[in-house]
Design a protein around this ligand. Structure first.
Ligand code: NDP
Length: 285
């Protein structure tokens, strides 16, 4: 039976450290890390994410602002808000909750955030920095996965790593972070042929597809480490990942649960990036 990697526990330890570092920063420089979360429209899942991010800020002693804008907000109004937040010295991280309503251009919006305040690491400048391995911020979900692997001392160097999913926010940066740590990385996607043959090669298998029970035991090499990034709803409407937990638990050596695996780590990494941004601002004086 697989060992279960407890994302809640690892996340709590990281947040404790962030809270201590925040106290130190405030005491030494008077600067308190500040995060602005911008949400446009009424998407209920997005509202839950925003609530959790605000709660995370309170836990670690950050200043936070929530900007809830109506669905019919124009691109110009949203960009004007981002300009104000870019200039606001109390704000070190700006996060625009995605997806945006269809009439708003996500790419233009993301590019408007100052790269130094782009704590999601979605700005092209930050994406490029990750590619060359010289970065301030790592994208939150893949960085959270790396922390989970480190928390149980999984060796990555020389290991066969397979990432299923190639999105800009999860799959691609995930592959890059595994590569930075000398994994031999394959990215699989919807056009991959014989997917189970590919996934069965993996010592470390990361699934970021978005389909319940997508990864079954016959797709997993015995003893593999399986990280489930997916957040889906099962037939009963319950939150679940991409991995068929019951069958894969019998084959894998380590497995992350959903909920309680990668999810809590994502917000912790966002808080870590915001702290880094505030520390960098303090250094500049
Ligand atoms: P996207 O929909 O952007 O990407 C899904 C990827 O899965 C695509 O690259 C797609 O391939 C691939 N895919 C789809 N069907 C198949 C298939 N049959 N075989 C192989 N690959 C397939 O999703 P995201 O990357 O944004 O998110 C993925 C999952 O992770 C979702 O469940 C999301 O909710 C969750 N998530 C969880 C987070 C957390 O904090 N835990 C944070 C962010 C996301 P192709 O490119 O060819 O279409």
């Amino acid at each position: 039976m697989a060992n279960i990697i407890d994302g809640k526990k690892v996340s709590a330890q990281i947040r404790e450290q962030i809270a201590l570092d925040t106290q130190k920063l405030v005491a030494e420089t008077g600067i308190c890390p500040g995060l602005a979360v911008v949400i446009v429209g009424d998407d209920s899942a997005s509202k839950v994410y925003v609530k959790n991010k605000k709660k995370g800020c309170e836990q670690v002693g950050f200043y936070s602002e929530e900007h809830a804008l109506p669905e019919d907000t124009t691109q110009q109004e949203l960009l004007a808000l981002l300009d104000r937040l870019n200039e606001n010295p109390k704000i070190h991280g700006i996060l625009v909750q995605l997806p945006l309503p269809a009439h708003l251009d996500e790419k233009t919006v993301i590019e408007r955030i100052l790269p130094t305040k782009d704590v999601d690491a979605f700005h092209a400048s930050n994406v490029g920095k990750i590619m060359i391995g010289d970065y301030d911020f790592l994208p939150c979900t893949p960085a959270g996965v790396m922390e989970l692997l480190h928390s149980v001392n999984i060796p990555i160097e020389g290991k066969e790593c397979v990432v299923v999913g190639r999105s800009n926010i999860v799959g691609k940066p995930m592959a890059m972070l595994l590569l930075h740590e000398n994994g031999t990385v394959t990215i699989a996607h919807s056009r991959t042929k014989n997917l189970s043959e590919v996934t069965k090669r993996a010592d470390i298998l990361v699934s970021a597809v978005g389909r319940a029970k997508f990864i079954t035991a016959d797709m997993v090499k015995p003893g593999a480490v399986v990280i489930d990034v997916g957040m889906n709803r099962d037939e009963e409407g319950k939150l679940c990942g991409d991995v068929d937990f019951v069958s894969v638990e019998k084959v894998a050596s380590y497995l992350t649960p959903v909920p309680g695996g990668v999810g809590p780590m994502t917000i912790s990494m966002l808080l870590k990036n915001t702290l880094t941004s505030a520390q960098n601002a303090a250094k500049k004086g």
